[in-house]
Design a protein around this ligand. Sequence first.
Ligand code: SAM
Ligand code: SF4
Ligand code: SF4
Length: 339
Amino acid sequence: MTQNTTVKDQLQRPLRDLRISVTDRCNFRCSYCMPAEIFGAGYAFLGHEKLLTFEELTRLTSIFTQLGVEKIRITGGEPLLRRDIPKLVSMINEIDRVKDIALTTNGSLLSKLAGNLHKSGLHRVTVSLDSLDNDRFATMNGVGYQVKPILEGIEAASKAGMSVKINMVVKKGTNDSDIIPMAHYFKEKGHTLRFIEYMDVGNSNGWKLDQVVPNQFIVDQIHAVMPLEPIEPNYYGEVASRYRYVGTDTEIGLISSVTQAFCSSCTRARLSAEGRLFTCLFASQGTDLRTPLREGFSDEQLMDLISKVWSKRDDHYSEERLSNTIIHVNKPEMSYLGG
Ligand code: SAM
Ligand code: SF4
Ligand code: SF4
């Protein structure tokens, strides 16, 4: 298939990014994502036969690129739990129109996999880490995991040749005291640290607005001890606002989905591990692509289906939340859909 169509949604936003969740399972139980009391032993995760295979994922990704997608992010659940994940990276890398492929991980298996991931063509990895304090980190990840192996994973990825960013979700009263130590540590290491406002994803984390630390507060706090200067976005639709430590090349990023919604330039589609297409992190419904895929739809038919879904898209939930006009009640879990 050689066709290449740019598809725009109801708010004239093109389709540029695809986030692929490769599993809904995780070895962590972060309180803001998969609280242990809900995602316990009896929780019904997807059976293996329900997950899209690597061949199905690659075929769909290729079709998405015909509609304008250039950037791919592999996520989960914990993507490094999916067997042979470097293989998927190399399969996606072979698709001509894929310009960028990245992966978000909790870092626990990164020391082991960094070399193979890099060999498969992964140049960028984002590692989630919410604290450098063992006790706080252990509580936040819900399984008592320690900080050291994550830092070792970050080092391994960096040594393997990947550029590494760190994601820190800040929750008021939980890890706001870690902002400065994290900023200081990753400034010294030269890795970009991105602060993510705690979001009301899913229905199980008990989110409250007063638990959100506005990112402007974080910038001010860091600037007071390590001066920062703003820098321009890299590209249209970049979600993080960027700052650089004065006199260095090291940056921080701020993903302010709650206090400064960026829906107007949101070009991201999300594919759940079982092949449902979501046009927003907060959409209550996704479109099943697995059934048509397994029932023998041609590439053209699948492309037509995806194109129709994107053309109808009018999601702008974070803006609605900001203006207090709506609160969705039946939202997909972040671990199911991928961050
Ligand atoms: N397991 C991997 C990880 O933790 O990096 C990938 C999946 S995780 C769902 C993707 C990102 O979503 C992580 O950086 C995580 O911190 C973030 N995240 C999860 N729940 C969140 C929430 N309620 N608010 C803001 N970010 C959240
Ligand atoms: Fe797992 Fe990532 Fe969710 Fe934490 S944020 S529970 S590591 S999927
Ligand atoms: Fe995109 Fe939905 Fe987030 Fe807005 S709320 S930025 S439309 S994913």
